[in-house]
Design a binder for this molecule. Sequence first.
Ligand code: B1M
Length: 231
Amino acid sequence: MADDDIILSELDDDELVQQMFDDLYDGLKDEIEESVNILLERGWQPYDILTKALVGGMTIVGHDFRDGILFVPEVLLAANAMKGGMAILKPLLVETDAPRVGKMVIGTVKGDIHDIGKNLVSMMMEGAGFEVVDLGINNAVEKYIDALKAEEADILGMSALLTTTMPYMKVVIDALKAEGIRDDYIVLVGGAPLNEEFGRAIGADAYCRDAAVAVETAKDWMARKHNQMSA
Ligand code: B1M
């Protein structure tokens, strides 16, 4: 059967997820949006659609990008399709009546334009009741520090996807130390090339493997902060 003939709503769940992997790979935004809506109608949880279908598909794209099978323009199309799916899920993941549990300033570091993971973290944090100020991509140290002060944030979140940009996180943390305000904020870092050891080495409070871990870690550290304040 030709691709054009596939009727997405007639596929069973497993086939549809496989088809979404293919459609993400081919950068087919309309098809991804349609499939997300079909899974929602079938009762799938938004978080499962995000992790199992969209992130799962993007992982395959990442492997072929690494191996030189896909190139930047194709990956941009895949990212665009993924964002289409994420836009449908965002309001469902964000519970507007959730109590505010803390405020986070988040951004991708200077020199780095990857924002899908950061956007996912923002969405999940908002869904868990955090207020999120998203600074976008390519953030210089001043941008972070100005926003932290202006927003009276509790948490600084930094994202980096490149081995060449991840050291910039230390530049930001060192600048916070130099201003004597490092301990005013919980600093959480994340991004595919990072690990716990790196997080510790640069002086972050925690490395977060994924968006769900970021939410749990942020909640833990906010609880510690409240306990310290009430002690
Ligand atoms: Co980029 N790229 N890219 N790219 N790209 C990677 C990162 C790469 C690993 C691909 C590869 O070779 N396999 C590789 C980096 C290699 C390295 O440094 N070791 C790479 C490269 C080399 C490049 C360019 C240099 C390519 C070039 O131009 N020759 C270039 C750099 C541009 C720049 O930034 N200056 C480039 C460009 C691009 C596109 C523009 C085409 C596009 C970005 C589009 C966009 O973001 N709007 C792109 C993409 C899409 C990728 C891959 C394929 C996918 C990234 C992604 O969105 N993953 C990526 C390969 C990969 O990672 N597998 C790759 C899905 C996302 C949900 O996961 O971002 O890991 P992730 O986020 C997770 C966690 O990491 C964590 O939670 C998220 C959700 O669970 N997390 C946080 C992330 N940030 C967090 C912050 C937190 C907490 C947790 O704060 C508290």
